[in-house]
Design a protein around this ligand. Structure first.
Ligand code: ADP
Ligand code: MG
Length: 278
């Protein structure tokens, strides 16, 4: 399949910075992939996200979304219709006094007819499960509810790609689960998910991991492949998923499993196999 998002030799340097935030990044992402982006603080993850919808434009190289380039100012709106962003802090994403007005505000830039706008608000509020919150004041919502409103706002623009930049990191476990369930539902509906995260149990939900270090993609592979290199990953400042960490402890005690287990269910399955073979 042809790529939906392509970065070719992308280097980015912030105006006042001495170092490159990203250096010679090449990557192609196809429609409906779920790509997790991991790496220690300052490794370039958010810059990568910002490049995808033209919030920042490469110092060298090109970012293409579908047939559009972020270098081309008159294509930026076409790109922002395709690539939506959900950020870390749910409180910084609201401008209006009710949820409904906030969703409408986001859509105004698209130049849609009033009925079309209202139709989309109704549809996505229902899909994300926030219909009862439409008349509420955004600041009164819980963290998880706020993030779901932010996601509904992005969804109402009907993007093909959504970049989540640490969108669950400020939420409690309930809010986090709400947002992850929503991400999975969107993925099933065909949306391409790009999930920047510090939570490795979240990172393994995707089918591909990009591990950033000092502005470069140093590992690009399937989660199982990435986390089987336990020492490499740990050296690059990334933690391990809980079940891989547990597996490492088991190995220290002489219990070796044949597969890298990314989830607790897989680990339990492998342990049963080992136990039954005894
Ligand atoms: P991450 O999201 O992985 O923590 P960032 O993309 O935010 O990494 O940062 C990559 C590099 O760019 C870091 O060295 C950081 O200090 C620098 N940086 C990020 N934002 C800015 C900015 N607005 N101005 C200058 N430097 C920045
Ligand atoms: Mg960041």
């Amino acid at each position: 399949m042809s790529a939906l998002v392509t970065l070719e030799n992308v280097t980015y340097q912030y105006e006042n910075a001495k170092r490159y935030a990203l250096q010679d990044v090449n990557v192609a992402i196809t429609a409906n992939e779920w790509v997790s982006v991991i790496g220690r603080n300052g490794s370039g993850k958010s810059t990568f996200g910002r490049l995808l919808n033209g919030i920042v434009v490469p110092t060298h190289g090109t970012v293409k979304v579908s047939e559009f380039s972020t270098h081309n100012e008159n294509e930026i709106w076409d790109i922002r219709k395709i690539v939506g962003m959900v950020f870390q802090n749910p409180d910084h994403q609201f401008v209006a006094t009710t949820v409904r007005d906030d969703l409408a505000f986001g859509l105004e830039n698209l130049g849609l007819a009033r009925e079309v706008m209202e139709g989309r608000i109704t549809k996505y509020a229902s899909l994300i499960g926030i219909t009862p919150l439409l008349e509420a004041e955004p600041h009164r919502l819980s963290g998880g509810q706020k993030q779901r409103v932010a996601i509904a706002g992005v969804m109402a623009m009907e993007p093909q790609v959504i970049v989540f930049d640490e969108s669950t990191s400020m939420l409690d476990p309930i809010g986090r689960k709400e947002v992850i369930d929503t991400m999975q539902m969107l993925h099933q509906r065909g949306v391409t998910i790009i999930s920047i995260t510090h939570d490795m149990d979240e990172a393994v939900l995707g089918s591909r991991i990009l591990l950033f270090n000092e502005g470069k993609i140093v590992v690009d592979g399937h989660p199982e492949e990435v986390f089987s290199q336990k020492d490499v990953v740990t050296e690059l400042g990334v933690s391990l998923p809980f079940s891989v960490e547990l597996q490492k402890l088991l190995e220290k005690h002489g219990i070796s499993l044949s597969e890298t287990c990314l989830t607790q269910e897989e680990l339990i399955g492998e342990l049963w196999t080992l136990y039954s073979a005894k």
